[in-house]
Design a protein around this ligand. Structure first.
Ligand SMILES: *[C@@H]1O[C@H](CO)[C@@H](O)[C@H](O)[C@H]1NC(C)=O
Ligand SMILES: *[C@@H]1O[C@H](CO)[C@@H](O)[C@H](O)[C@H]1NC(C)=O
Ligand SMILES: *[C@@H]1O[C@H](CO)[C@@H](O)[C@H](O)[C@H]1NC(C)=O
Ligand SMILES: *[C@@H]1O[C@H](CO)[C@@H](O)[C@H](O)[C@H]1NC(C)=O
Ligand SMILES: *[C@@H]1O[C@H](CO)[C@@H](O)[C@H](O)[C@H]1NC(C)=O
Length: 319
């Protein structure tokens, strides 16, 4: 969900390109990104592409809690997630939390919008169409960089509630803790309107692990489910390709384990939440994005090919 910004970017692409060359559009405070360039920028000349670098983590929560947070009118496709996650206790539901930076987002090799950061709290395997088998990912809020002129409006196009934020580290997918355990990384979000001693609204801290707790198929599957807040305005079809140089070889996903805190109301409405020892991956992924797609047209959607289809990914569990 670089997404939400991108509909706006797409609509304004011509005016943006005409308005000013790239160098002039970047402010002097632009931070040099450590993320590798978009490897598919010119491969899909008519589509918006970019990269998402960061962490994707599974937070098992009680099914009853998921049921109370996902709008009542939608079913939850229990069998679908249980088939991919046989090790998940039967009374649990896989909440997905992604902390990422959108980098090198553009059209046919032309960078359109400055990098921006987000935290996504997503509810996958939602039966938006009521057909009993098509998996969609529901999202209520999007915690997103406050200083990007394109992003906030893009979020509104989906009726997602934008939460303008600042991030530490600023302008990167994550940073290494100074005196922490080996390889320990963090990424925290602060409400943009917070005063200086207010605590973060989201904190994450992870360390690398030798093996995956959840199958790679799950991460590919959930990040490729069409996403929505109000299905009547449209779905975001962000095709996350786990088969480029960003996500393979030297850059293959690294299993991680660690802790997440989320303040109310961005997950639970009435209380802050803390999850210890949750597991996922850190990875950088190239994407191609189709914005505001008619949700009904995505019935039975299962990706477009080997790089974005959960079942097309090698099922190795050791890295
Ligand atoms: C960037 O810095 C230069 C030199 O200090 C200044 O002339 C220019 O106006 C600045 N641009 C922006 C977008 O702040
Ligand atoms: C993703 O971001 C991290 C943190 O900035 C950086 O160390 C890493 O090299 C990036 N990954 C890629 C493939 O560029
Ligand atoms: C700060 O922003 C949050 C999220 O956008 C909002 O819910 C809250 O009411 C705001 N607080 C103040 C004091 O403006
Ligand atoms: C995710 O997995 C479910 C259950 O197997 C499947 O129905 C769906 O098509 C998959 N989605 C993608 C994008 O692969
Ligand atoms: C990578 O994944 C994309 C999307 O699934 C697919 O279209 C493409 O053919 C794949 N590339 C390779 C080299 O397998």
């Amino acid at each position: 969900m670089a997404k939400f910004s991108l509909i706006v970017a797409a609509l304004s692409v011509l005016s943006v390109i005409k308005a000013a060359p790239l160098q002039e559009r970047q402010s002097n405070t632009t931070i040099v990104s450590e993320s590798a360039p978009n490897p598919i920028g010119t491969l899909y000349p008519t589509g918006i592409t970019g990269t998402l670098n960061g962490t994707i983590v599974v937070v098992p929560i009680p099914y009853t809690l998921a049921r109370s947070l996902i709008p009542e009118k939608f079913g939850i496709l229990k069998e679908a997630y249980q088939s991919i996650l046989p090790a998940l206790p039967k009374d649990q539901y896989p909440l997905i939390i992604r902390s990422v930076i959108d980098h090198d987002v553009g059209l046919n090799g032309v960078n359109l919008i400055p990098d921006f950061q987000t935290v996504h709290v997503s509810y996958p395997f939602v039966d938006l169409l009521g057909d009993g088998y098509s998996s969609f990912s529901f999202q209520e809020y999007l915690i997103i960089s406050a200083d990007n002129p394109f992003t906030i409006g893009g979020v509104a196009a989906y009726k997602t509630i934008p939460v303008p934020a600042t991030f530490r580290p600023n302008g990167q997918a994550y940073a290494f803790t100074p005196n922490g355990k080996r390889g320990e990384i963090y990424y925290d979000a602060y409400a943009a309107n917070a005063s200086s001693n207010d605590p973060p609204i989201v904190t994450t801290k992870f360390t690398p692990q030798g093996h995956l707790r959840w199958p790679m198929e799950l991460f590919v599957n959930v990040t490729n489910q069409p996403a929505f807040t109000d299905g009547d305005v449209g779905c975001d079809n962000q095709i996350m390709m786990f088969n480029t140089t960003l996500s393979t070889g030297m850059n293959r996903p690294v299993p991680i384990v660690g802790d997440i805190t989320i303040k109310a109301p961005f997950f639970q409405k009435d209380r802050d939440s803390q999850y210890l020892g949750v597991a996922g991956i850190k990875v950088d992924v190239a994407f191609l994005e189709n914005n505001l797609v008619l949700c009904k047209s995505m019935k039975g959607y299962h990706g477009t090919g080997s790089g974005d289809r959960g079942t097309g990914i090698p099922t190795r569990t050791h890295y």
